[in-house]
Design a protein around this ligand. Structure first.
Ligand SMILES: Nc1nc2c(c(=O)[nH]1)N[C@H]1C(S)=C(S)[C@@H](COP(=O)(O)OP(=O)(O)OC[C@H]3O[C@@H](n4cnc5c(=O)[nH]c(N)nc54)[C@H](O)[C@@H]3O)O[C@H]1N2
Ligand SMILES: Nc1nc2c(c(=O)[nH]1)N[C@H]1C(S)=C(S)[C@@H](COP(=O)(O)OP(=O)(O)OC[C@H]3O[C@@H](n4cnc5c(=O)[nH]c(N)nc54)[C@H](O)[C@@H]3O)O[C@H]1N2
Ligand code: SF4
Ligand SMILES: [Mo]
Length: 691
């Protein structure tokens, strides 16, 4: 690859940086004027297979959006205001002021008063995780990242012992694909490509388990629509049938699992009728699914994240993913289960994250509890000082974090300094004292792993940064210089960090990987199917979970799969809210693009027609959704693809899309899920009233 200043018009390879399991291999059209044209999926990559989602195909809308931040800004008006509340300043002024404020805060309270705060706006490892190097070299408060994977990870690892599973390309060899608690039509479209192939070539069946009839469920041969948070009950009902009707593979279980006899005894009483009363799926449908799954050795379970975003989510993931170990589907091509592949890459992140400088005695703050942290909850702050300075990259907590009213109260504090590095003036940037303009993935270099497939990819910048935008790495280098943070990682370019990380991890170096476009880290069939042992020391799938080994809040968790509690409906709050991802947004990203806005319209609450009638509301009427935390107005949409009592608001709309200026996460709780924490975005009891 020549120096990026010499990138010529035409098609260039890249990688989608967004927080999506697909991590598509991209081809980006560079037009003559340095502008981006079309974006398409790489056909030569056998996972991406030439397909990308519509929102990224339209990336030019985002890249060249008139509202992209173009220069550093200082706030001169009230917090929460628009662009008129800010005045342009120079990069030197912005960086000096930020460094001075962080220094002053640390001088007053010690370094733990500063909280570098980030998540996965870009999934590139250098631009996403470099902030950890600044944190560790300065001794700033650490972050426990709980928005996304904490709950599903805990549940998966309880069974499998390691985070990897059967290669998604094997879906093409499956006779039955079960998409459980995820909505790939919206959230990782490439899964559907491989499912379509299996259906066309093998007549494979598709079963979808979800809390509402999603786009994915609409394509299914059999859709099981559950009450939110009740997947463990459903799984137990299915297991009951598998054992009772001779579908359990006892020789597989004897060799590869722990706790099979206890499980069999335990599910003997968990009949489909018992399960149906809890999960809302008719007993006959549970039997139909169990028999189909039991008969089909090549059954592939694609486990989603969504059904684990409940207080009991880890336990639900463990229960549902255990089905493949009962039938021994794992032993067959096209059979088994997969939730994520991140355990495959084994990257040495020392240089990117400054792990050699991590001091384990420094306090850890929970990302999802940012509201409680910023409002000074002693349980969250521990014995440490208040947080008086935040430096934010790659995340939009004023929109995506739970318990949003508390988050807003925290950001509203006068004694809190906030610097936000962003591509757009997000809800979070609107709270900042200093706003810094960030590059997009087309304007910087990075390295990408994937959750949904097995390829490592690198991507180089294709266009020069827009206006005064700068990469995360450059901003960290500049701050490090001003703060006196020294680490070899700050001396390296992005590309050198990529190269160091790849080579230190035993992978091809940056140039070699760039030339070959992607590098497959898939293990052998035997390892991929755990035929040489699962990840636990005993090499077994654990039906009996050792929750105590995973997190501190284990005491109330059943070791064998069982139905645990959640934010249960009450007479005052009879509904359960699921705030599932909208197809044309990616978390809070793409809410700014005209194409996505046109497709999504406005926020709406999907409510069962019988529930609407009972409340005395017509389709399209304004309703108010609420609980003890907050309430908000939204239009009701009659929808019969859910169990009565469920309300779905596809998300995450900017706060300004709601009449009273606070979005859906005003209703969600920041309570940590069991046993190791994790946000519970789909586990919310609410009331529904006429607005
Ligand atoms: N109600 C509800 N809430 C949810 C969820 C839900 O399902 N329902 N899902 C949760 C989940 S799973 C997640 S992962 C979180 C996601 O929460 P976030 O990670 O905060 O969401 P994103 O919108 O993906 O990205 C945040 C920001 O990163 C910025 N960004 C992108 N690239 C760069 C870059 O290179 N540099 C800088 N400085 N900024 C960049 C984008 O402009 C964007 O504003 O939301 C959680 N919140
Ligand atoms: N278009 C789009 N794509 C995205 C995102 C986005 O916001 N929009 N977000 C990205 C991110 S950060 C992530 S982590 C992934 C997440 O991708 P998914 O694995 O799809 O997970 P979720 O987005 O949390 O929710 C998916 C589904 O879980 C269902 N669900 C909720 N509660 C339950 C339950 O109790 N039981 C069952 N069976 N189903 C339930 C919801 O109805 C929803 O259809 O998607 C990524 N891709
Ligand atoms: S499907 Fe996911 S990885 Fe692929 S282009 Fe869309 S957002 Fe990016
Ligand atoms: Mo996520």
């Amino acid at each position: 690859m020549p120096d990026s200043s010499a990138v010529l018009p035409g098609w260039h390879s890249s990688t989608c940086p967004h927080d999506c399991p697909s991590v598509c291999a991209l081809e980006v059209e560079l037009l003559a004027e340095g502008r981006i044209g079309k974006v398409r999926g790489a056909r030569a990559n056998d996972y991406t297979a030439g397909v990308v989602c519509a929102k990224v195909a339209r990336y030019a809308e985002r890249q060249h959006h008139p509202d992209r931040l173009s220069q550093p800004l200082r706030r001169i008006g009230p917090k929460g205001g628009g662009i008129e509340a800010f005045a342009p300043i120079s990069w030197d002024e912005a960086l000096d002021e930020t460094a001075n404020r962080l220094k002053a805060a640390a001088a007053k309270y010690g370094p733990e008063t500063v909280w570098p705060y980030f998540y996965a706006g870009t999934m590139g490892l250098v631009q996403r995780d470099g902030i950890e190097r600044l944190r560790h070299t300065m001794g700033y408060s650490r972050q426990y990242s709980t928005f996304c994977i904490t709950l599903p990870d805990a549940g998966w690892k309880a069974g499998a012992g390691v985070k990897r599973g059967v290669d998604a390309r094997e879906i093409a060899d499956s006779d039955l694909v079960v998409v459980w608690g995820g909505n790939p039509v919206s959230t990782q479209v490439n899964v559907m490509t491989h499912i379509a192939r299996a259906r066309k070539e093998r007549g494979a069946k598709l079963v979808v388990v979800d809390a509402y009839r999603t786009g994915t469920a609409q394509q299914a041969d059999l859709a099981l629509i559950v009450r939110p948070g009740t997947d463990a009950a459903l799984a137990l009902g299915v297991m009951h049938v598998l054992f009772a009707e001779g579908f359990a593979d006892r020789s597989y279980m004897a060799k590869y699992t722990k706790g099979a006899a206890e499980l069999e005894a335990h599910v003997a009483a968990k009949t489909p009728e018992w399960a149906a009363a809890i999960c809302g799926v008719p007993a006959e449908t549970i039997r139909e699914f169990a028999r189909l799954f039991g008969r089909t050795k090549r059954s592939y379970m694609r486990m989603g994240y969504g059904f684990a975003r409940h207080r009991n989510g880890a336990s639900s993931m463990h229960a549902a993913s255990s089905l493949a170990a009962v039938t021994g589907a794992w032993a067959h091509r096209g059979g088994g289960a997969m939730y994520g592949q991140s355990g495959l890459y084994k990257l040495d992140k020392t240089m990117i994250e400054g792990l050699d400088r991590l001091d384990p005695s420094v306090r850890v703050l929970d990302q999802s509890r940012i509201g409680a942290v910023l409002t000074g909850d002693p349980a969250d702050l521990g014995s440490g000082p208040p947080v008086t300075a935040l430096f934010v990259q790659n995340t939009n907590p004023m929109n995506v974090a739970p318990d949003l009213a508390k988050v807003k109260a925290g950001f509203g504090r006068d004694d809190l300094f906030v610097c936000v590095h962003e591509q757009f003036l997000t809800d979070t940037a609107r709270q900042a004292d200093i706003v810094l303009p960030a590059t997009t993935f087309l304007e910087h270099d990075d390295l990408y792993t994937a959750s949904g497939h097995t390829y490592l990819q690198v991507a180089r910048k294709i266009v020069e940064p827009y206006a005064q935008c700068r990469p995360n790495h450059w901003v960290l280098q500049q701050l490090a210089q001003r703060l006196g943070a020294t680490h070899p990682g700050f001396e390296m370019t992005e590309w050198e960090l990529v190269d160091w990380t790849l080579k230190a991890s035993g992978h091809p170096g940056a140039a070699e990987l760039h030339a070959k476009r992607w590098h497959d880290c898939a293990p052998s069939f035997e390892t991929g199917h755990f035929l040489d042992g699962f990840g636990h020391a005993d090499g077994k799938w654990h039906f009996t979970a050792d929750w105590a080994a995973i997190g501190p809040q284990w005491a109330d968790m059943p070791s064998l799969p069982d139905q645990m509690g959640f934010d249960a409906p009450t007479p005052e709050k009879p509904f359960r809210l699921v705030a599932a991802p909208a197809r044309s947004f990616l978390n809070s990203t793409f809410t700014e693009t005209p194409g996505s806005q046109a497709r999504e319209g406005a926020p709406a609450a999907l409510i069962h027609p019988a529930d609407l009638a009972e409340i005395g509301l017509a389709d399209g009427a304004e309703v108010r959704l609420g609980n003890a935390r907050a309430s908000l107005r939204v239009a009701a949409k009659a929808f019969d693809g859910l169990v009565r009592g469920t309300v779905v608001v596809e998300s995450i709309w900017p706060n300004g899309a709601y009449a009273e200026g606070l979005g859906i996460n005003a209703l969600t709780a920041a309570d940590p899920g069991f046993p190791a924490g994790g946000a519970v975005f789909h586990d919310t009891a609410i009331w529904v009233r006429p607005a």
